[in-house]
Design a protein around this ligand. Structure first.
Ligand SMILES: Nc1ncnc2c1ncn2[C@@H]1O[C@H](COP(=O)(O)OP(=O)(O)O)[C@@H](O)[C@H]1O
Ligand SMILES: N[C@@H](CCC(=O)OP(=O)(O)O)C(=O)O
Length: 369
């Protein structure tokens, strides 16, 4: 028996030109997930669409530009979505539960564990949780922004084996298939390179993250040992064939050099929101990325943003790319004073004895790969 998170995007559950719900798709999804649950699998559905469906109900022709506009549309759409799911799954005798999460819920350990308990209890009771971001209250800087990331974090939270991302194309292509007729479907991806991320820019009219956010989600999922598949939402029945081992859509077989990350490291890497960035010199990049070493103040060439001790920062290489994240031992103000300097000089520079020799200790650091 497996634990499985299925995410359906706006573009799969509604018609982009009319905003009408795709009832056949949603009905097929309800039948498939109910069958899988009856077979003993543990299922969570992450459903987007609150903003899109809300806009359609309000007669809006495009996604609102303001945060308040999107949040108001989501408040209209979320109720509509849940009533539809309740009717479809209810017709099959399958109870559903609405679970609305914010990023803070997954950043705070007590709330994180509580969400996990509630999801397990829902499974125990035979219900199928339907998750979305709590759009009406999530503040802009703390939003997941897209449900691809949310679904990957939820998959990690419940230690799922599979994350299936349902979208409006057959999977990941070598280029955006809507713009490039030569684009090829990639059936297996073993590494998410910069080139691949570049080829995945662009999204559908109502989608929010596009393919690039699905790649980022596959990476987050892999760090928790979860296998991601991107596949077409119009044939949700394929989920059963995918679980049976058929190669449908794009499957991500990503292996981290150090294996699966601990819960704490996943929280550092993907649960928290970075407060700033440290630019590293070449030697420090090598030591951290290849050597698995801690970051010393000597290797920091520039400090970006204002943050306190303990904040999460992005670590940036010479090409300006983020390659790691970690919790800092110094505030941005202190790091400005000690960057580029030897550990032995820290006490004198800051006027305090007994300071940690590292800017970011390796126990508090994860490399993004
Ligand atoms: N390399 C690519 N392969 C497949 N789709 C791509 C690629 N690059 C961009 N896209 C776009 O991503 C869209 C799907 O993402 P998105 O609109 O966010 O969907 P969803 O609503 O399912 O999250 C596709 O319709 C396609 O236009
Ligand atoms: N919480 C938002 C999610 C938006 C979102 O991620 O959309 P999509 O790219 O279609 O999965 C909503 O329900 O509209």
């Amino acid at each position: 028996m497996v634990a499985l998170v299925v995410k359906i995007g706006t573009s799969s559950l509604s018609d982009p030109s009319t905003g009408d719900l795709r009832l056949a798709t949603l009905g097929g999804l309800a039948e498939t997930l109910t069958r899988l649950r009856r077979a003993g699998h543990r299922i969570i559905l992450v459903s987007s669409g609150a903003v899109g469906v809300g806009c359609a109900r309000l007669g809006l022709k495009e996604r609102p530009a303001t945060v308040a506009g999107k949040q108001a549309a989501a408040a209209v759409g979320q109720g509509l979505l849940m009533s539809m799911y309740d009717r479809l799954f209810g017709a099959l005798g399958q109870p559903v539960a609405q679970v609305l999460l914010t990023r803070q819920d997954l950043m705070d350990r007590a709330r994180y564990l509580n969400a996990r308990e509630t999801l397990s209890e829902l499974w125990r009771l035979g219900a199928l949780p339907i998750v979305n971001e709590n759009d009406t209250v999530a503040t802009d800087e703390l939003r997941f922004g897209d449900n691809d990331a949310l679904s990957a974090l939820v998959a990690g939270l419940v230690e799922a084996q599979w994350l299936v991302l349902l979208t409006d194309v057959a999977g990941l292509y070598s280029a955006n298939p809507r713009l490039d007729p030569q684009a090829r479907l990639l059936s297996e991806v073993t590494e998410i390179s910069e080139e691949l991320l570049h080829s995945a820019r662009g999204r559908s009219l109502w989608g929010s993250g596009g393919m690039a956010s699905k790649l980022a989600a596959a990476r987050i999922a892999a760090s928790a040992g979860v296998t991601t598949v991107i596949t077409e939402g119009s044939t949700p029945q394929n989920i059963e064939r995918i679980l049976a081992g058929e190669a449908i859509g794009t499957r991500f077989v990503l292996t981290r050099p150090g294996g699966r990350l601990s819960l704490r490291k996943r929280w550092i890497g993907y649960g928290l929101v970075p407060a700033g960035a440290l630019h590293l010199d070449e030697g420090a990049v090598l030591a951290v990325r290849e050597g698995g070493k801690s970051l010393l103040p000597a290797g920091v060439s520039a400090v970006e943003g204002h943050f306190e001790t303990g904040a999460l920062v992005r670590l940036i290489d010479g090409q300006g790319l983020e390659f790691a994240r970690g919790l800092v031992n110094y505030s941005s103000e202190e790091l400005e004073k000690i960057r580029g300097r030897k550990s032995g000089e820290i006490a004198a520079l800051l006027g305090i004895e007994g300071q940690p020799p590292t800017a970011v200790h390796r126990d508090n650091l994860i490399t993004l790969s």
